[in-house]
Design a protein. Structure first.
Length: 231
């Protein structure tokens, strides 16, 4: 199935034809060395007691655990992003104007908000990037870290599809990384926004691929001595 066929139940044929005419949605595939980018999967965004989480999604959390476990099993690099300190209004910047709870303790001063569930929390060898805007590439050293690590392909999991995931995918693509979005390992508080942004990323800046496909490719490419030697 090509990319456009995958989305036949989402857009009417006439609209899909405009993407076909422009030759959108080509598959970029995996490159030489891959890293996982785990975006903002702290308690603030996976625990529904936090207002930014919405209703929560246990299946999404299980899929995040699964993709992290695969990267650990294959000894592949893992990068995490989370919010930087937001105690000070200047550090929050325009979030003060756009977000009605920007100055509330639960958003700006609750330390648990920026911790990860133990099942997939960063280890000592993982890299954590701190950010204050949606993209974990914006005014952070993430690109230079990835270049030093000789990474050319990024698999993305995390939250939210329409916000920080999409912003990171766009910036990674702009920096000429190959971007793979693990479809069932990204989520959003809105399913409407989730699907719309998956489609747009799949057409323009990333390969949106099923988890099973991503895991199979990783194990095939990096799960053997020959695959590891090719890195």
């Amino acid at each position: 199935m090509n990319k456009l066929e995958k989305w036949a139940d989402y857009l009417p044929p006439a609209e899909l034809a405009t993407y076909a005419k422009g030759k959108f949605g080509e598959r970029v595939g995996f490159g030489r060395r891959v890293a996982l980018l785990n975006i903002d999967t702290t308690y603030m965004f996976v625990d529904p007691t936090f207002p930014q989480c919405g209703d929560g999604d246990p299946v999404l959390v299980e899929n995040i655990k699964k993709i992290v476990a695969v990267f650990r099993e294959l000894d592949l690099p893992i990068y995490y992003s989370r919010r930087d300190d937001r105690n000070h209004p200047i550090r929050r910047g325009m979030w003060n104007a756009k977000l009605g709870i920007a100055d509330d303790r639960v958003y700006s001063r609750d330390p648990r908000a920026d911790e990860w569930p133990e099942a997939y929390a960063p280890r000592e060898q993982d890299v954590v990037v701190f950010k204050n805007k949606a993209s974990c590439f914006f005014e952070t050293p993430l690109e230079s870290f990835l270049r030093y690590d000789d990474v050319d392909t990024i698999v993305i999991c995390g939250i939210s599809t329409s916000g920080c995931v999409r912003a990171a995918a766009n910036d990674a693509f702009s920096h000429n990384f190959r971007v793979i979005v693990a479809e069932e390992a990204v989520g959003d508080r809105s399913q409407t926004a989730h699907r719309a942004n998956l489609f747009d990323m799949d057409m323009k800046m990333a390969d949106v691929e099923p988890m099973d496909f991503v895991v199979t490719e990783l194990q095939k490419r990096y799960g053997t001595a020959a695959g590891r030697a090719a890195e």
